[in-house]
Design a protein. Structure first.
Length: 307
């Protein structure tokens, strides 16, 4: 039974008359009478006694009326809750992010989000790109801070393009191959100069490694990997002490205070040394109000900050 039919029943109980109830409900008397007959027939019991004083609820009718009142109240409360959610007065937001991306982006965005929407509960789910994409497929999170390319079917909003750098120790032989460009923060190097070097790289399922592999493939280098680690910070430290060469996003440099102070170098565009930061969300599912507000805020904040 839908909410309109519950309203029909309650109006009949209030007016104690089919004709008066039909008038208040703007339906015909025969239609309302047929509705009640079919309802009672389906339930197998009378809900109203037909008396000279009018339609009076039976015991079953009283119970049914009580149930109908509770259902309508719950439904109206839920409608109000939906309205508040859509107006961002309340709700919940589940965000996925890797530890590194979360450390960079969320401190910039969440304080502003909390000021604008103080009653939205935010939950952060940390994990690798593989884990985050699985959570998106399961609709377990509203959105994920990630980098292209995605391995699963998901929609996304592009935020910004980020450059990669090559890192090696200050006394490394590769220093002789670096060159400057006006206005750039770091020198450049031709990746092909690193042919024959040892590399410290992430695990193959990590997005950082996938971009590193692409750079090396573009340079025609089959790397000798001396160490594999899940930590970009660990890879950077080993590169700093001369154990090998590594790659990382330029934005990650600010996350690590590196005792060994490695050299960072940009690479030319032909090596596609970069990735695109996106906010991904489940395909085929409409973004909630809080999720839409979060996406807009990340895009605005990251553009303004130039992060």
């Amino acid at each position: 039974m839908n909410t309109r039919e519950l309203e029909y029943l309650l109006m009949i109980a209030k007016e104690q008359s089919i004709s008066r109830a039909a008038e208040k409900l703007y339906v015909t008397q025969p239609a309302l009478s047929l509705f009640l007959t079919r309802l009672e027939s389906g339930l197998g019991t009378e809900l109203f006694s037909r008396t000279q004083a009018g339609l009076l609820p039976t015991y079953a009718g009283e119970r049914y009326i009580s149930m109908a009142q509770k259902i309508l109240k719950n439904y109206r409360d839920f409608e109000q809750e939906l309205c508040e959610i859509n107006m961002l007065q309340r709700g919940r937001l589940n965000i996925g992010a890797s530890a590194h991306i979360g450390s960079l982006v969320l401190p910039q965005v969440l304080p502003a989000f909390n000021r604008l929407y103080p009653n939205i509960e935010v939950s952060i789910h940390e994990g690798s790109s593989k884990v985050l994409e699985q959570l998106l497929e399961e609709n377990a999170i509203d959105a994920a801070l990630m980098h292209l390319p995605l391995k699963t079917a998901a929609n996304y909003t592009e935020i910004k393009r980020e450059r990669y750098v090559m890192a090696f120790s200050r006394d490394h032989r590769l220093n002789q191959f670096t060159y400057e460009k006006p206005g750039e923060s770091y020198p450049f190097i031709d990746v092909k100069a690193a042919a024959g070097e040892k590399f410290v790289l992430s695990f193959p399922w990590q997005r950082v490694r996938q971009i590193s592999d692409r750079i090396l493939e573009k340079a025609g280098i089959e790397p000798e990997i001396i160490l594999t680690t899940s930590s970009v910070q660990t890879a950077l430290r080993f590169a700093g002490v001369g154990l090998g060469v590594t790659f990382l996003p330029e934005t990650y440099i600010q996350l690590f205070q590196n005792t060994y102070d490695p050299i960072f170098c940009y690479m030319e565009d032909i090596y596609e040394a970069g990735w695109t930061f996106v906010i991904a969300y489940p395909r085929g599912v409409s973004l909630s109000g809080p999720a839409r507000a979060f996406v807009d805020l990340v895009r605005d904040q990251m553009t303004e900050e130039g992060a």
